[in-house]
Ligand binder design. Structure first.
Ligand code: SF4
Length: 344
């Protein structure tokens, strides 16, 4: 057998120019301007890692935000982004999704942006259940505007807007979200637990519908010891595991002596966990894959080709002005030309 014969038996070598592999670097945008040690950086890293893992085309990925420290995140991604108005991240993201359901939509918002000025949009975004991943960075303070109380600030916290301390108990965002109509995915994560955060974010991305992730996020600039009770005492973190939730590797799970097998389909248990006062549940509290997405309800039914051509011609006819000046009305009825045109 000649060398040429041998070569001809080999599978043909092919250079596939369409094949693209994205690395984490492809999702890096501008250099971050968050404070040193800010928990937002861990959330950004998890998102970039997810995009690389799932090979999301940067030109098909959109990060939408409102206003606040968390809302600077789109600038730091090498994807499309929309840094919007205060409290309006969710309706903006819904607008993107309704017109371009093919895009991967993520929302980066904060406790002030989402739970205060944006609270009405939060309720209705959950109800509309459009396919997007919502990351709420909850640092329990307004950081960008220099330490004002937010809806999740702890009672007694002295801030620039509460010099005698916050008078009310904080809002419970997870319990509140679980109580909303059409809720389909609720999780809780923490920036200082990066591998758990990543597992949750990954599950949230794979879920079809609105995935709501409440992420506890450190703000060393204004609340430097805020989550110390959980950081220094991991036994106070309650790790939720389940085949339908997250299943961290043994080496990670062993760091949490307090672990619970929680079925995310069990709403009553999810609510009980969300309201627990003697620990911090971390994991996927609830998911229901059967809740319809609003964009699917809008999708037009596919018509046969002949019907689509007839409908298109009917539409075009509405704008046709014939040489004699006549035209068609909405029903296709011919309208004669105006008298002046006839006279001319
Ligand atoms: Fe992060 Fe707080 Fe600095 Fe804002 S003020 S960038 S939340 S550390």
């Amino acid at each position: 057998m000649t060398i040429l014969d041998s070569l001809s038996r080999l599978a043909p070598l092919r250079l596939d120019l369409d094949e693209t592999a994205y690395s984490i670097g492809d999702y890096e945008g501008a250099g971050t301007r968050w404070c040193h040690g800010c928990g937002n950086s861990a959330i950004l890293t998890a998102l970039q890692k997810l995009c690389a893992e799932e090979q999301l085309p940067p030109e098909k990925t959109v990060i939408v935000s409102g206003i606040g420290c968390a809302s600077r995140l789109p600038h730091y991604m090498g994807t499309y982004g929309f840094h919007g108005l205060h409290g309006r991240a969710l309706p903006t993201a819904e607008g993107v999704k309704v017109r371009r359901p093919d895009l991967h939509v993520f929302v980066s918002t904060g406790d002030g942006d989402c739970f205060s000025i944006g609270a009405a949009h939060w309720i209705h975004a959950i109800r509309y259940n459009m396919d997007m991943t919502v990351m709420v960075h909850d640092n329990r303070i307004y950081g960008l505007t220099k330490k004002q109380a937010s809806p999740t600030s702890p009672r007694g916290l002295v801030t620039s807007t509460t010099p005698r301390g916050v008078k009310l108990d904080p809002l419970n965002p997870v319990a509140a979200t679980l109580g909303m109509s059409n809720v389909s995915f609720v999780a809780q994560a923490a920036d200082w637990l990066p591998s758990i955060l990543y597992d949750i974010l990954h599950r949230a991305y794979l879920h079809r519908g609105l995935s709501f992730i409440h992420i506890l996020q450190r703000c060393p600039n204004y609340l430097d010891d805020d989550f110390d009770e959980y950081i220094r005492h991991p036994e106070r973190v309650v790790l939720l595991t389940h085949p339908q939730g997250i299943e961290p590797e043994d080496a990670v799970a062993r760091r949490f002596p307090n672990r619970i097998e929680h079925d995310p389909g069990d709403m009553a248990h999810a609510l009980a966990l969300a309201r627990m006062s003697d620990g911090l549940p971390v994991g996927i509290l609830y998911r229901d894959d059967a809740v319809p997405c609003y964009e699917d309800l809008l999708a037009p039914r596919r018509l046969p080709v002949a019907s689509r051509i007839a409908a298109l011609e009917h539409e075009l006819d509405r704008f046709t002005v014939r040489p004699d000046g006549s035209r068609s009305d909405r029903s296709g009825e011919v309208i004669p030309p105006p008298a002046r045109a006839l006279a001319g």
